[in-house]
Write a protein that binds this ligand. Structure first.
Ligand code: NAD
Ligand code: GLY
Length: 390
């Protein structure tokens, strides 16, 4: 059967059926005494406090959020928590990647200490990956470690950054270079919070959804070929199913490889290329992380085909799907960016995935079958990059 076959009829039926039929609303991340659950339900925002209060060791939380998210969801969360007897303070930070900095870590931790934070108190991260990463890191170091709960409100954070305990800030030497593994006590996801998120951010997060299909779940990719547009458009059932499937995949990988010693690296499909593009673009709004990941995943499929590990048909199919929902896959479309193959090679060599001078890539044998390798030939890589960049 051709790899580029049309989606199976059964999947079309699934697309119309209940998303709850196969993807559970509560997913467990099994990590011994650090295990926690991820709850994913439309409308959960009206019941957040019911999911938070029972796991507090003291009825006191500090909610950390950004100005934009605060405008939509903070008052509701504070009101609910107070109604069930939980004392609440809130810290509202500016939105944007710049908030993941030493400066804001200092502001946040100082504010928590001023508010009299105690060891048994809990931080609540309400926002996207920026707020989640910063709050998680603050929780890891405050008083040598306090509990925190993730309430992710971007698609990227709901399918990736809120699960797995990677926390960090950015420093001039690079993104996410100062951080800690610190697992949340619970992750609460209401897919309907995506209704207030702008379409560009939803699209960027969607690239990370597709990633799970490409790494290890061809059926999910085929489901996305039919339903991806609905996910991006904020269709309640489609978004819920996609988030649950993605979280279930991430939970399994994290449970097997919490500290990123092996399998977890597969979650970086496309990321070595993406980080090089983001660095070249100056971590600027003209290229969001997920947008770079979409381009990077296509590059990983193209290079895998060049190395004869997979077929060019699969690469074309991935490109076609990403473009069909509105993602751009051609790096030459990044506004104001001129990038040569040599510069891109140099940027990739600076990535933290270089070991003994060899770049560790995630490559594919096909859709749903990713693997890690340091065997991509420099010559093949450079001539591919020349063909798409120069
Ligand atoms: P973000 O947190 O900057 O959010 C994007 C924008 O959307 C912000 O302006 C925010 O205010 C706004 N926003 C958030 N939720 C909203 C909502 N529901 N309605 C309206 N506006 C809303 O960006 P992001 O894409 O969520 O996260 C990016 C960060 O995640 C990066 O720093 C990246 O390094 C990190 N990340 C971490 C991991 C991990 O495993 N820890 C994984 C992937 C990415
Ligand atoms: N986002 C990659 C990871 O959590 O490992």
């Amino acid at each position: 059967m051709s790899r580029a076959r049309a989606p199976a009829a059964g999947l079309k039926m699934l697309a119309q059926g209940s998303p709850d039929a196969e993807a559970p609303a509560v997913i467990s991340v099994s990590l011994g005494d650090r295990s926690y659950d991820i709850q994913i339900r439309p409308g959960l925002r009206y019941r957040f406090a019911d999911a938070i209060a029972p796991i507090l060791t003291r009825p006191r939380v500090i909610v950390v959020t950004d100005e934009t998210v605060a405008g939509h969801y903070l008052a509701m969360l504070e009101h609910q928590l107070r109604a069930v007897g939980v004392a609440v303070d809130s810290v509202v930070l500016p939105p944007g990647e710049e908030t993941k900095s030493f400066g804001h870590l200092e502001t946040l931790t100082a504010r928590c200490l001023d508010l009299g934070l105690e060891r048994r108190d809990t931080l609540v991260a309400l926002g996207g990956g920026v707020i989640g990463d910063l709050t998680g890191f603050a929780a890891a170091v405050l008083l040598r470690g306090v509990a925190f709960i993730q309430i992710p409100t971007t698609l990227l954070a709901q399918v990736d950054s809120s699960v797995g305990g990677k926390t960090a800030i950015d420093v001039p030497a690079g993104k996410n270079l100062i951080g800690a593994f610190h697992q949340p006590a619970r992750v609460l996801i209401d897919p309907e919070t995506l209704n207030t998120l702008d379409r560009r951010q939803r699209l960027a997060g969607y690239a990370e959804v597709v990633k799970y299909g490409l790494i290890r779940d061809r059926d999910f990719f085929e489901w996305l070929e039919i339903n991806g547009k609905s996910v991006v458009d904020g269709d309640r059932a489609a978004a819920t199913k996609a988030i649950r499937t993605a979280c279930a995949a991430k939970a399994e990988v994290v449970a097997r490889d919490e500290r990123d010693a092996g399998e977890r690296a597969l979650l970086n499909l496309g990321h070595t290329f993406a980080h090089a593009l983001e660095t070249a673009a100056g971590y600027h709004d003209r290229l969001l992380h997920g947008e770079a990941v979409a381009m990077g995943m296509v590059m990983a499929f193209d290079v895998s085909a060049t190395m004869a590990w997979s077929t060019g048909q699969d690469a074309q199919r991935v490109r076609a799907h990403l473009e069909s929902v509105g993602l751009v896959t051609d790096p030459r479309s990044i506004p104001g960016l001129t990038l040569t193959a040599d510069t891109m090679m140099a940027l990739m060599r600076n990535d933290k995935k270089v070991v003994d001078d060899r770049i560790n890539f995630i490559m594919v044998r096909g859709i749903g079958d990713a693997f890690r390798t340091a065997d991509v030939e420099d010559g093949a890589l450079k001539s591919y990059l020349r063909s798409i960049l120069n």
